[in-house]
Design a protein around this ligand. Structure first.
Ligand code: PLP
Length: 292
């Protein structure tokens, strides 16, 4: 039910369809965002909307996909979809894809289509996961090739590795995967950025092999405001095993503690105090309450 913004029009959910020869369906060249609206005292508010839209445009530029709308139009489209669907806690999915005018890898003379869908989605992680933490395994899939060069883009084709990694983790009895880069340093989760805490200092991989996460950025800012030292550096798998705390960040996952990696408990094996503090601050900020 509800409506989807489709090339400038609000279309009923069931009518927002594409042809089987849609170019992006075949070759995976498209870009998207994952955005979230939270209920605040002033109604539903889209968290860091402008930053998500900016990243969508950057992703399109990296992929050389012409954008038929400007940032203001897409910001307005996202607000409109949340409003028209009367959403309160919502996930938004803007997506940019090529039409069905032709096949072939040149991708010339194709129309670019843009949709914004949104639905009520209170939480991606269970309350238990947010409190107790999740089990993670180091993936046999790496962030490589297209993933590395294109990791600044949230591009459709980039998620093949993430999906295989997550499915492998679930088969291994875990909740999430930790992907390494081709040199063996920690990159990120299937759809989350990664952090560890050791001796009171917070470490996160540099932006060489992971997405420039907006939640990552928010959490770094919150941590620095609290007086923690945050260091962006290469992290090895061993460093994670002996960390005091570890957590993932993402629009969907929010701030989620990691209780174990590859069967080794991280720290106490429960949500650590710094993770807990950053998690509560994050929830205050997204709900529009002061973080101080
Ligand atoms: N890394 C990947 C591969 C992702 O897909 C996401 C999700 O958007 C993130 C990290 C976290 O980014 P953000 O905090 O902007 O949602």
């Amino acid at each position: 039910d509800g409506v989807i913004w489709f090339d400038g029009e609000l279309v009923p959910w069931r009518d927002a369809r594409v042809h089987v020869l849609t170019h992006t369906l075949h070759y995976g060249m498209g870009v998207f965002e994952g955005v979230r609206a939270y209920e605040t005292d002033a109604g539903a508010s889209i968290f860091r909307l402008q930053d998500h839209t900016r990243r969508l445009f950057r992703s399109a530029k990296i992929m050389n996909i012409p954008m038929p709308y400007n940032a203001d139009e897409l910001n307005e489209a996202q607000r409109l979809v949340v409003r028209e669907n009367n959403l309160r806690h919502a996930y938004l999915r803007p997506m940019v894809f090529y039409g069905s005018e032709g096949m072939g890898l040149r991708a010339e003379n194709l129309t670019t289509h843009v949709i914004v869908a949104s639905w009520e989605w209170p939480s991606y992680m269970s309350p238990e996961a947010l409190e107790k933490g999740i089990k993670v395994n180091t993936s046999s899939y790496t962030r490589h090739h297209v993933n590395i060069s294109m990791c600044k883009a949230k591009a459709n084709g980039n998620y093949i590795n993430s999906m295989l990694a997550l499915q492998e983790a679930v088969r291994n009895g875990c909740d999430e995967a930790l992907l390494l880069d081709p040199e063996g340093y920690v990159a990120e989760g299937s759809g989350e950025n990664f952090f560890i805490v050791r001796d009171g200092t917070i470490y996160t991989p540099e932006l060489t092999s992971c997405l420039d996460g907006i939640t990552r950025d928010t959490v770094i800012e919150l941590a620095r405001e609290c007086g923690y030292r945050v260091v962006e550096k290469r992290i090895t798998r061993d460093e994670v095993y002996i960390a005091d705390e570890a957590f993932f960040t993402g629009t969907a996952a929010e701030v989620v503690p990691i209780s174990e990696l590859d069967g080794r408990a991280i720290g106490s094996g429960r949500r650590g105090p710094i993770t807990g503090r950053l998690q509560s601050l994050y929830f205050e900020v997204v709900h529009g309450r002061s973080a101080a």
